[in-house]
Design a protein around this ligand. Sequence first.
Ligand code: PLP
Length: 399
Amino acid sequence: MKLSRRVRELTPSATLQAKSDAEKVRREGVDVIDFGPGEPDFNTPEPIKNAAKRALDQDFTHYVDTGGIPELRSGLAERFRRDHGTDYAPEDVMVGCGGKNILFLLAQAAFEPGDRVAIFAPYWVSFPDQVRLAGAQPVILRTREEEGFLPRAEVLERALSEGGLQAVILNSPCNPTGAVIPREEVERFAEVARRHDLLLISDETYEFFHYGNGPFASFAPMASQLRDQLVLVGSFSKSYAMTGWRVGYALGPRNLIAAMIKIQSHDASHTASFAMKGAVEALSIPRSVLESMREEYRRRRDRMVQGLSRVEGIRCLTPEGAYYVFPNMKGFMERFGFANSADLARGLLLGLGLATVPGLAFGMDGYLRISYAVKESLIQDGLRRLQECRDLPAVGSGG
Ligand code: PLP
């Protein structure tokens, strides 16, 4: 059957592909340690589950408002007011089926053919494809390992001088590098966006996974100066271990939020009514619960970085956020004769039973994304396999 050109040009999500490759090899009997997952290994906290159960028992199972249930929209507006001093009203907030769906609706509402949208590499796999699906063109800007993979406002400004841009998508803490944009750079980006009338999309899905000193530098405090140009995107998936619930949100210019809701009215209608009741409860989960999860991740990060740094040919920075490391594997690839990170990931899966995601998928070859959202005993075992590795199967295209 003939498929649309749109879909023919689309690459399947590399992270979901890595997950299914790992499962296939596991079914064949290999003892796989999965460093691929983009989701917390914790379970959803009990009070959140209980709120959803109560909603089901009370038959809160019918269609609800397309933009999300009112108490969730106002709860989010209130949380941002409390945490960042913003003055978003509930009408400036919308809820959808996870951050991924929110970003998709946003791309559909804001971009059109001919638009150019800046994205820093390494990037989360869905950004460029969502931009392309809206008919616009992703413009990939570089970060440097020597600068901790930090996106730089001056790089954006240089790109602006080389050709028009309508928007930039930033993601801090970053998937896949864990890089966190510091406050001064947040201000520089806001200033460049203001001067060039650029739409600034800040994906803050990993906001609670920040291991640096002081609070995470959200773009939210820039909302007053970028009123019509800033969209904040977030999700309940990672912070509250709610990936399967599919609840994400955006705060932004009212007409853009209304446009996204209009598209959602012809698409999913809304996310599950009772899942939103769980999300309302999540907003009042004590910070100490989130902090204890975060401290556990910090310990795992340190263990992972130390262990990787002991392997010949691997160089690994200590990222300040998210739950991924993005080690430089070039020496390791040379040691074992791999031509690119996709072949390397396959070699590690078949040879050591280690599932990772190749840097190529995130727009930067020579690296791997390794998730430490896995139990510490598995981290130890995986590191031991890498440290003791003397031989790996030759796989792939070699190109
Ligand atoms: N943004 C980034 C950077 C992510 O890594 C993810 C998930 O992996 C999302 C958004 C979307 O998450 P969800 O759709 O589960 O809210």
